[in-house]
Design a protein around this ligand. Structure first.
Ligand SMILES: *[C@@H]1O[C@H](CO)[C@@H](O)[C@H](O)[C@H]1NC(C)=O
Ligand SMILES: *[C@@H]1O[C@H](CO)[C@@H](O)[C@H](O)[C@H]1NC(C)=O
Ligand SMILES: *[C@@H]1O[C@H](CO)[C@@H](O)[C@H](O)[C@H]1NC(C)=O
Length: 436
């Protein structure tokens, strides 16, 4: 309970007041107290009724209607400190990128090239994994994550990245993380609904490897990386919400996400870390001595040590100005991270004050307006970091010219290949930049 809330505002008390016919002694005293306040200020009765209606949301008019929405407080770096120290790209150089494959590819979150250099391969919003096989033939379906997939049910073309897909998404699949095993040429897939899967170099229907951990289904597999010894580290974003409802994970601040490990020799899945707030991208270091993963809700990158005296411990190596998604290594052993920008002062207030979120997001107003009112404005930023979190490069697209929701940056063949979960194209940018 937050003591700064006046008693006649408190949601639990209003709840008691309106709903329960049987009252305990304690509740009676609170009600007595409240009656005194209310009699002195009759307009409070009206306010209380309106508020109780909003908070209980019986008609489920609010954005969180129908969900067991329980905001919690999060530990996040100070907005002012992060924004002051973060270098900005005043020239908005990410805006110089090219949009490729417009309306040919739908929400390509993760991008990969195979061991023969072919690609890109991409996981799409319609559930397929596709690959580019050249100008003449274009994109071909390479793999599917479930035999439930049918063209009729799942193929919605450019509408795959809209709400029209959401109803069928759990049946069609949503591959979010892709990685080729550099030795075997097999493609490993983290699918939000079908867990960790693998498919051979010829593609086809993928084979599930990990769908459960500790006897319970994995609800939201998100990204993966492959250790040299064959073990696969992957993130499970939440035990409460699946991908379609991922926005609630951030609004609520709930931290039930995990880092998991699948060991091929024993075919077993293990919990490596738990209690994470929206664990998302995962990337092993070049020497395999640690891995980095992003925690989207808390806007940060965490290092998990696999070797040495710190083995098994974690360290926050970067507090970011926005919400990170996937993270990928370049050939120099540096890390590209895709960031949806930016944090705001209002967001900091929200994350520190769960009681306010529990009222605010129950207002019967569409989410897009509520988000705008608290000043959330989305554009994209990509950043290159060293293994200690030193900032080596920041590229922004302030006007949102190239794309608004970036999900992955992959440096390959002299370009940055930039994926997006919500748009129907891939952005590319020659790199290193030739900008004056
Ligand atoms: C970018 O702009 C900000 C304010 O608009 C300024 O403080 C900063 O020095 C600029 N940085 C560069 C590299 O020009
Ligand atoms: C097909 O979809 C249903 C509903 O989502 C799921 O329970 C089932 O496991 C899927 N079957 C296969 C073979 O993937
Ligand atoms: C691979 O290495 C990781 C990190 O040290 C370890 O946790 C895992 O158990 C190893 N897997 C196998 C199959 O030895």
């Amino acid at each position: 309970m937050n003591s700064s809330i006046p008693i006649y505002y408190h949601p639990k008390i209003l709840h008691t007041y309106v709903l329960l016919p049987q009252r305990t002694h304690m509740e009676k005293r609170i009600l007595q107290l409240k009656d005194e306040v209310l009699l002195q200020h009759p307009y409070l009765i009206v306010l209380a009724v309106i508020l109780s209606f909003i908070i209980m949301d019986p008609l489920q008019l609010s954005p969180v209607g129908g969900h067991d929405f329980r905001p919690v407080k999060n530990d996040i770096a100070s907005y002012q400190k992060v924004m002051e120290s973060w270098p900005r790209d005043n020239r908005s150089r990410l805006g110089l990128g090219n949009l490729e494959f417009k309306d040919e590819i739908f929400g390509p979150e993760s991008l990969e090239f195979d061991i023969w250099g072919r690609g890109p391969y991409a996981g799409l919003a319609d559930g397929r994994i596709v690959r580019w096989i050249g100008e003449d033939a274009g994109w071909e379906t390479f793999a599917l994550v479930t035999s439930n997939w049918t063209e009729k049910l799942c193929s919605k073309g450019v509408d795959s990245t809209t709400h029209k897909q959401w109803k069928v998404e759990s049946r069609c699949g949503r591959p979010l993380g892709l990685r080729f095993d550099r030795k075997s040429g097999d493609l490993y897939i983290a699918d939000s609904y079908y867990g960790l899967l693998v498919v051979g170099p010829e593609g086809g229907l993928a084979t599930p490897l990990a769908t459960h951990v500790d006897g319970k289904p994995i609800l939201f597999a998100n990204d993966l990386d492959i250790h040299d010894n064959g073990s696969i580290f992957f993130t499970d974003t939440s035990k409460k919400y699946n991908r379609v409802d991922h926005f609630f994970i951030m609004l609520e601040g709930e931290a039930t996400g995990r880092l998991l490990r699948y060991d091929p020799p024993t075919r077993t899945t293990h919990v490596v870390l738990e209690g994470l707030a929206f664990p998302n991208g995962v990337q092993l270091s070049k020497d395999q001595s640690f891995l980095l993963f992003t925690e989207t809700t808390n806007c940060r990158i965490i290092k998990y040590f696999l070797e040495g005296s710190d083995k098994g411990t974690i360290e926050i190596i970067a507090d970011l100005p926005g919400f990170p998604d996937n993270i990928r290594l370049n050939e120099k052993g540096q890390f590209w991270v895709a960031i949806d920008c930016c944090r705001t002062k209002a967001q900091e207030f929200l994350i520190h004050n769960p009681w306010f979120r529990s009222i605010y997001f129950r207002l019967p107003i569409p989410m897009s307006y509520l988000a705008r009112l608290v000043g959330m404005r989305m554009y994209s930023m990509v950043s290159l970091l060293s293994d200690n979190g030193d900032i080596l490069e920041v590229l922004e697209d302030k006007k949102g010219v190239v794309m608004k929701l970036v999900s992955e940056v992959k440096e390959a063949n002299g370009k940055l290949w930039i994926g997006t979960v919500a748009h129907n194209h891939i952005a590319t940018l020659p790199y290193p930049l030739q900008v004056h």
